[in-house]
Design a protein around this ligand. Structure first.
Ligand code: AVJ
Length: 321
């Protein structure tokens, strides 16, 4: 009973924050929504579908690197290392790595989707019964959730941040996030982080406009989520998915384009949309190897080494705090 009541309160608190962020973002001259809200249960599953699509090369090529270099990577960590994965989602990438590690101290996935986390924890406990798992639900870009992990002692920690998730953050925000990571590590602890490389815009744009239109559904699901959770009345047929590479900013931008003048309401607030205006929903920054190394240095890390796929589309960096 107590657990049920507190989870209702927790839900309401989360919804209040969601509502506040949505109203703030849609109240701006250039409308925007925080990309972290794309990953509700439906969104996380759609993202998994994106990862399986032929056009989205990132996940596949990153997995290739892990499969090829897993032992070499695990050796960099050393024995009895605690692996922490912010934004772990379905925790699919970590199993291979945990399996290659020498007596891992344990695994701490952090994610905002409790459903996905619970499912993943069950799976890992089955496939790697000797590995201890401590899951935490929360936003990894805020220090609160990291404080909950402090009780887990270990001689060495490595933060595992694959998937080019760092690309979602604007350069200054990325620096702030990596500094937060560094502040939760000791000297000599590690960061294993995946970044998508700058490349031909045709390849990049295809990856974010897949031929099965999964990315379109993923993007539009954000409006559906706002309808369901915040009682808004978005008509999804009045918005279109648009993703393009911005070469100066070195990022793919994802938007929802309004197709006709209209207004919607969210919790007594009326919001006007004009034809052609967009809601900016996500950025995916692309880095050169040198560019990312310099970000690591600015953030308090020392670059140790990196690995790439044969086609050199993607990089996994290992750095030390
Ligand atoms: C999970 C943030 C790395 O930016 O490539 C995929 C999300 N968005 N297709 C990315 C995403 C549209 C993905 N990240």
């Amino acid at each position: 009973m107590k657990a049920a009541v507190s989870s209702v309160i927790e839900n309401q608190l989360q919804n209040n924050e969601f509502l506040g962020d949505v109203l703030e973002g849609l109240g701006r001259k250039r409308k925007t929504l925080p990309c972290k809200y794309l990953y509700d249960e439906v969104g996380s599953r759609l993202f998994e579908e994106i990862c399986d699509s032929q056009d989205y090369y990132l996940t596949r090529n990153e997995a290739d690197i892990f499969t090829t270099y897993r032992d070499e990577i695990a050796q960099k960590f050393g024995p009895e290392t605690l692996l922490i994965e912010p934004g772990a989602g379905n925790c699919e990438k970590v199993e291979e790595l945990l399996d290659a590690m020498d007596s891992p101290r344990g695994y701490c996935p952090i994610d905002i989707s409790p459903e996905i986390l619970l499912e993943a924890e069950k799976r890992i406990k089955k496939s790697l019964p000797e590995v201890q798992v401590w899951s935490e639900v929360g936003d990894f870009s805020q220090s609160e959730v990291w404080n909950k992990l402090i009780h887990v002692s270990s001689r060495k920690k490595v933060i595992f941040f694959p998937g080019s998730t760092i690309g979602n953050f604007e350069p200054l925000e990325a620096e702030r996030l990596l500094k937060l990571f560094a502040s939760n590590l000791g000297a000599g602890d590690g960061l294993l982080i995946g970044t998508d490389l700058v490349k031909d815009s045709v390849i990049l744009e295809r990856a974010y406009n897949d031929s099965d239109h999964v990315t379109e559904r993923f993007n539009l699901n954000l409006l559906q989520r706002i309808n369901v959770e915040l009682g808004a009345n978005f008509d999804l047929s009045l918005f279109a998915h648009r993703a393009f590479y911005h070469p100066l900013r070195q990022r793919v931008e994802m938007h929802l384009v309004c197709l006709k003048n209209h207004s919607i309401s969210i919790a007594d607030t009326c919001i006007d949309f004009t034809e052609g205006e967009t809601i900016h929903t996500e950025n995916s920054h692309k880095y050169s190897i040198a560019g990312f190394k310099s970000l690591l240095t600015r953030s308090g890390f020392e670059s140790v080494c990196f690995w790439q796929d044969p086609a050199k589309t993607y990089v996994i960096h290992y750095a030390q705090a």
